[in-house]
Design a protein around this ligand. Sequence first.
Ligand code: C2O
Ligand code: CU
Length: 565
Amino acid sequence: MHFSMYNLFIILLFSSLLQCGMSHTHYKFIVKEATYERLCETKNILTVNGKFPGPTLKVHKGETIFVTVYNRGNDNITLHWHGVHQPRNPWSDGPEYITQCPIKPGDKFRYKVIFSEEEGTLWWHAHSDWSRATVHGAIFIYPRPGAPYPFPLPDYEFPILLGEWWKEDIRKVLQEFVASGGLPRDSDAYTINGQPGDLYPCSENGTYTLKVKQGKKYLLRLINADMNEVLFFGVANHNLTVVGTDGSYTKPLKRKYITISPGQTFDCLLEANQDPGQYYMAASAYINTTIITFDNSTTTAIVEYKGSYDKSIPPVMPYLPNFNDTTAAFDFCGTLRSLASEEHPIDVPLDVDHKMVSTLSVNTLPCDTNQTCSGPNGTRLLASMTNNSFVLPPIDILKAYYYQLEGVYGENFPDFPPLEFNYTADFQPFYLQTPNRATEVKMIKYNEKVEIILQGTSLVAPLDHPMHLHGFSFYVVGYGFGNYDEIRDPPRYNLVDPPLQNTVLVPRNSWAAIRFKANNPGVWFMHCHFERHVTWGMETVFIVRNGERPGERMFPPPNYMPPCC
Ligand code: C2O
Ligand code: CU
């Protein structure tokens, strides 16, 4: 009797320890250089555990994991868990000089990654200079143990990571770009799961091949991990049925092609319902501009059916829209809808406490005598949100906020553009091109319902901007071409089943309206997910204050954060 009571006690103790988080999975990420051969050349790239793309993390909804990052490379690094809300835990969010100082070569840092509402596909990537070009990987988030998918169970699943490859060392690409004041050099290839594919020199042997069986269903977890381009993606002779985006479920959307911005993810079902054979999947750039160059090549992988057929017949190419087809791009993006079912309800704020309008602009700076100025008319290119080109501080903003260090950042990021003008006019006066340069953040009260109108402008170069917010997912409640109109547009918002995203593509010379409830105290970065625009300052920081109750406050810092100097 005594003995069994004791046993019961041990079992209870053990299971409560498990619930207290003793069971968290730990991962070891070793950041190091590895040699890769692509496009007929060999080069060293930065990797995690020697892999490109890096390892896939697989978790269940609501789980917490630890990832210890050992920096065995030669440069500073941080990692970010793109789309993971990290409730109350900005300490492990990752953006360099925003929530932490970098992990130096030889040092290590343990990230605590807290999953909450996310379900579907997200990804992780470096958030330090341009190292994310090769340092990234997928995150699969399964339903809670025992819970079903809200779609027919796929037979198999695969990550499909779209990337971008430079023959030049990526550090050099960044250095040259910053020094020049102009545009970065174009990439030499796009990649699917690390491989450029058959249309590039010396690439056929490595082409990624997805082996399928006729009659089976496949879940493709599609991630755009590239640096500077929105991509069109499709599979020849097969439809893709989108069932999720950015870690939340959507109404099924059946399409021949997908428009995917850097940062975005899509869960796509593919049915192997064609004659046994080989079919290309392919991706190429979407960019509606005539004034800048871009990598106009096409990456391919092969969907290869099992069975006997003539394998010497070359695979069929899928239909992809033209690079400048904005209508095609938004036929897709604008049709996404939240699942909004009983099991997966939505929670879109129906009214707003804190409204903002933020212009997204490419800008120029007049040339200083000691600088190279390869921008238009001998200027240097910059970019801004609300006319504020963000300057990274030398100490991370989270530390400065938590320890109340003076002089690191200001709290004057404006709610509205300092000057109203016709944002999308064909011609803009030259004086509008020069932005403010400062480290200004936006303070937000706990639980405020926030609406941001992201308004593209035609300054210097009207372009699409994939805008990403850390710490939250937001509802995309409206889109429109031209200037946002306070009277005309809000009544047309979708407040019934707007998609829940962490990255929204704001079309060129257009606007998008996003809403979220600021229920996650912390320091959260918002930025364009084009790497060249981040470097130019198209970003800001939201500091969401603590609430009143204990569960509404930021966690204290872990006992080790990388030092700033
Ligand atoms: Cu995909 Cu700031 O991140
Ligand atoms: Cu941008």
